[in-house]
Design a protein around this ligand. Structure first.
Ligand SMILES: Cc1ncc(COP(=O)(O)O)c(C=O)c1O
Length: 414
């Protein structure tokens, strides 16, 4: 008996680019959502509608459309808060992307709370966004960085976690690796951090788009994510933090609405979250992020997760059946322990060459170090090819990937 798909195949038709862009007379096969997701018509139209009917600056004018723009901007903030289980919208700071969210924590909380010798624990599977700001702080302040290593089964090696956290002030960890797909045990890590007296910062860039998220259940103190990977536009990211932490943190960037008063002899900061939103914010992008959340809620995040577990299982089986030992997927083999990100090496073909040959058949996969160079070193490779799925992908996309890989195999064996 054929299984009923958890997500209707009709969802694909909601994403105009997936049918408009063709290669060789066939629609492209987009398998690079870990890099950035495609946008549904609902998001594109919501941004247009706002620009055509309500566009004005927010928190400044008192005329009709300015008040309406402010109301819709703040309503989107409340929607974001609800979507990730935040206790209130005041803990939601809009940033440019998750990279800026991580930098905000390092610059504001880090520079107010960390001095020479203070310990920050990270993992070696982090994206550069949660590495470089701390490496910079190490250079500037002389803080100590310790790293949770990756075990051979692509999970985090927690065997010496207590020792790593001993005396630490912060643990910063990704909820899901953008290279391996590994889901990390966030709750266990936050509990361990708190038991050691440290705060916990989570990079949710690959998590929020694909799994139901509740920051209270995760138990963390800071949580960042990025709009363009969750069907929203580029230019909008989010830092959620516990309100008392945000209240105590100094402003990050200065100017615009982040102040309550400015005198020639000083200034007073605004309340949170606006204290951290200097200058005109990405207004239309916030509206787009709100529309992306509406879309995801309509489909249901549990359905998204279920769909991706099923499709990940299919992808892993298909690649193993068709390519055996010639293709190595670097990541957990259990689809329930991972997200739909498949980094792989195929024979000794360079990932860039592979990606180019796949592109000729309309299959989009990313090749490179995926902004995780320390992890690449740990894996012993300079780069991998990476296919990643989302709610609009289906079995036919995985079959197209396998067919294109087979053709590439023939091409490179000539
Ligand atoms: C785990 C992780 N963190 C951070 C980022 C950075 O995202 P952005 O470029 O939107 O700041 C990415 C993007 O690839 C990611 O996968």
């Amino acid at each position: 008996m054929a299984m009923t798909p958890v997500i209707s195949p009709a969802v694909k038709a909601d994403f105009p680019l997936l049918s408009k862009v063709e290669v060789g007379g066939r629609p492209i096969v987009y398998l690079d959502s870990a890099s950035t997701s495609q946008k549904p018509r609902a998001v594109i139209e919501a941004m247009d509608e706002f620009a055509e009917t309500t566009y004005a600056n927010v928190h400044r004018g008192v005329y009709g459309i300015a008040a309406a723009a402010t109301e819709r901007y703040e309503a989107a903030r409340a929607k974001v808060a609800r979507f990730v289980g935040a206790p209130s919208a005041n803990g939601i700071v809009f940033t440019k992307n998750v990279t800026e969210a991580m930098n905000l924590v390092a610059y504001s909380w880090g520079r107010a709370n960390l001095d020479a010798g203070d310990v920050v624990v990270l993992s070696e599977i982090e994206h550069h966004a949660n590495l470089v700001p701390w490496l910079m702080l190490r250079e500037e302040r002389g803080i100590e960085l310790r790293f949770i290593r990756m075990a051979d089964d692509y999970t985090l090696d927690l065997s010496d976690l207590d020792a790593l956290l001993d005396g630490a002030k912060l643990l910063g960890v990704t909820a899901m690796s953008n290279v391996l797909g590994t889901l990390t045990p966030v709750r266990q890590l936050t509990d361990a951090a708190h038991a050691a007296g440290a705060l916990c910062l989570v990079d949710g860039a690959q998590y929020v788009p694909h799994l139901p998220t509740d920051v209270r259940e995760l138990g963390c103190d800071f949580f960042g994510f990025t709009g363009h990977k969750m069907l929203g536009p580029t230019g909008i990211g989010v830092l959620w933090a516990r309100e008392e932490l945000l209240d105590a943190m100094p402003a990050f960037l200065g100017g615009g609405e982040m102040i309550r008063d400015v005198r020639l002899d000083g200034w007073t900061p605004n309340d949170i979250p606006w204290k951290f939103e200097a200058g005109t914010p990405p207004i239309v992008e916030v509206i787009g992020l709100g529309a992306a959340i509406d879309y995801l809620e309509e489909v249901g995040m549990s359905a998204v997760r279920e769909h991706e577990i099923e499709l990940s299982g299919y992808a892993l089986r298909t690649l193993a059946d068709r390519f055996g030992d010639e293709l190595l997927v670097q990541g957990p083999s259990d689809p329930t322990a991972r997200g739909g990100v498949f980094s792989f090496s195929y024979r000794d073909v360079h990932p860039h060459d592979l990606s180019q040959v796949l592109d000729e058949r309309g299959v989009c996969v990313r090749a490179g170090h995926h902004c995780a160079k320390p992890l690449m070193r740990r894996l012993g490779v300079g780069a991998t090819a990476r296919a990643s799925i989302y709610l609009y992908n289906d079995h036919s996309d995985i079959d197209a990937l396998a067919d294109a890989l087979e053709a590439a195999g023939e091409f490179f064996s000539l």
